[in-house]
Design a protein around this ligand. Structure first.
Ligand code: SF4
Length: 225
């Protein structure tokens, strides 16, 4: 298991504004720029991961490091992978402390969006780190709970694989009974080498999601089912 705390995840004002989907950008720019200076200094994302062997049992499950995950899409995505990377990334308590130090509700709203962008950037940087470190040409990821095919309840297995105690001790993340993680700006998933990039969003029909990273592609059902 490896812990990364040194990977920079700088956030730009323009990225936060585009996520806010606002038409009056000038109104928010100065406040976001000011908060970003503090956020980039104070919030320190941390990443914990384990490189795990992959093997197969049946058509809709895959065994990663002796833990069986039940997802047809994950199984198909891992078919050509010898190893996968089970990970948790968090903006941690540093984000929570910064958010709760603010009294102004609008500032809190901005910092919430900053946290979303920073977490997403941290994940992107982590995937680039894996590509470079393990000489992989292309890497994609799946996250439990993003698709009906891989429900949030599978989060429990992911935590068991990395061990809940180690996760809490090293990056301060806890899995709650409802399968959500605290601190709130935390992501978990399995990354894998792939010939063609995969995004959960390609198979997710949610129309108005502000976090969409790829268009919905109904034709992919044929590939996976
Ligand atoms: S479209 Fe939105 S909800 Fe669906 S997988 Fe992508 S980010 Fe998640």
């Amino acid at each position: 298991m490896k812990l990364l705390t040194h990977i920079p995840c700088p956030v730009e004002t323009a990225t936060v504004l585009s996520r806010m989907n606002t038409t009056s950008r000038e109104k928010h720019t100065a406040a976001i720029e000011k908060l970003l200076i503090q956020a980039n200094e104070k919030i320190k994302p941390a990443m914990l991961y384990k490189r795990c062997p992959v093997c197969f049992k049946d058509e809709s499950s895959v065994i990663v490091n002796d833990v069986e995950f039940n997802s047809r899409i994950l199984k198909v995505n891992l078919e050509n992978a010898k190893n996968a990377f089970v990970y948790i990334i968090t903006c941690g308590q540093t984000y929570e402390d910064f958010l709760h130090s603010l009294d102004d509700m609008l500032d809190r709203y901005y910092v919430n969006e900053i946290g979303n962008v920073m977490l997403s950037e941290a994940q992107a940087q982590f995937l680039r780190y894996l590509e470079k470190t393990y000489a992989l040409e292309c890497i994609s990821k799946m996250t439990p709970g993003s698709l009906e095919d891989w429900p949030l309840s599978e989060q429990k297995k992911l935590f068991a694989l990395l061990t809940e105690e180690a996760i809490h001790e090293k990056i301060g993340v806890t899995l709650e009974e409802n399968m959500l993680m605290t601190p709130v700006k935390t992501l978990s998933g399995i990354a894998f080498p792939t010939a063609s990039p995969f995004e959960n969003c390609q198979m997710c029909p949610q129309i108005s999601c502000p976090g969409r990273k790829a268009p919905y592609d109904d034709s992919l059902k044929k590939t996976y089912f």
